[in-house]
Design a binder for this molecule. Structure first.
Ligand SMILES: C[S@@+](CC[C@H](N)C(=O)[O-])C[C@H]1O[C@@H](n2cnc3c(N)ncnc32)[C@H](O)[C@@H]1O
Length: 202
């Protein structure tokens, strides 16, 4: 059965308006900060952060000099928060859009996942993996964190296991990392997988 209420724009916008944003870490999380720090010098790589929320990750990359960071979110309040904190973030890179409707041209080099996958109706998980693959160039990377734990049935968040997730991504990606995160935020410790998946060439 689909979630009730539907997890649509109105639902997410209201979560921001009433301040029910328990997922919001208030800063970039250590696993993503470490990953970004080893990417090397900023260049033209196209980076997408879908379901970005207030997107401290986009802020971090922007401040580090990465010019092609795009964020996508259904909720205007999420994008407005990033714009207010980082007025220099290019307005054209704030996509008020459904991830599943994003265009794959030009393709992305990197997609960043954090508490977006777990926010979706679990029935959309195969489509999430497929859309990530469609948006990436061959060899492109999907990096981020997935919860490897169960939550109360009435999500979001919706939990799951690495065995379940593996089946969604295997058709499209080679697995560089798919292991327990070692540097999660304290409330998430022992409950997150760090994933770094490379889109297959064919
Ligand atoms: C749990 S929040 C996570 C936000 C952010 N990633 C973070 O870690 O703070 C999920 C976000 O995904 C957005 N969202 C949900 N469904 C979406 C969709 N189909 N396309 C784009 N954004 C979506 C929501 O508006 C919300 O901002």
């Amino acid at each position: 059965m689909p979630p009730n209420p539907p997890l649509d724009t109105a639902y997410w916008q209201q979560r921001y308006e009433i301040g029910q944003t328990g997922w919001d870490a208030g800063a970039i999380t250590p696993p993503l900060r470490e990953y970004f720090n080893q990417l090397g010098l900023p260049d033209g790589r196209r980076i997408l952060i879908p379901g970005a929320g207030r997107s401290y990750e986009a802020e971090y990359l922007h401040d580090a000099g990465w010019p092609n960071v795009l964020v996508a979110d259904l909720a205007p309040a999420a994008l407005a928060a990033l714009q207010a904190r980082v007025p220099g973030f290019p307005a054209a890179h704030l996509l008020l859009a459904d991830f599943f409707a994003l265009e794959s041209v030009p393709p992305f080099d990197l997609i960043v996942e954090q508490t977006f996958f777990c926010a979706l109706d679990p029935a959309l998980r195969p489509a999430y993996a497929r859309q990530c693959a469609q948006l990436l160039r061959p060899g492109g990377t999907l990096v981020g964190l997935l919860f490897d734990t169960e939550f109360a049935p009435a999500g979001p968040p919706f939990g799951g296991s690495r065995e379940e997730y593996r089946a969604y991504f295997e058709p499209y990606f080679d697995f560089a990392h798919f292991t327990a995160a070692t540097n999660s935020l304290p409330p998430r410790q022992g409950r997150e997988l760090f994933i770094c998946l490379k889109k297959k060439d064919r």
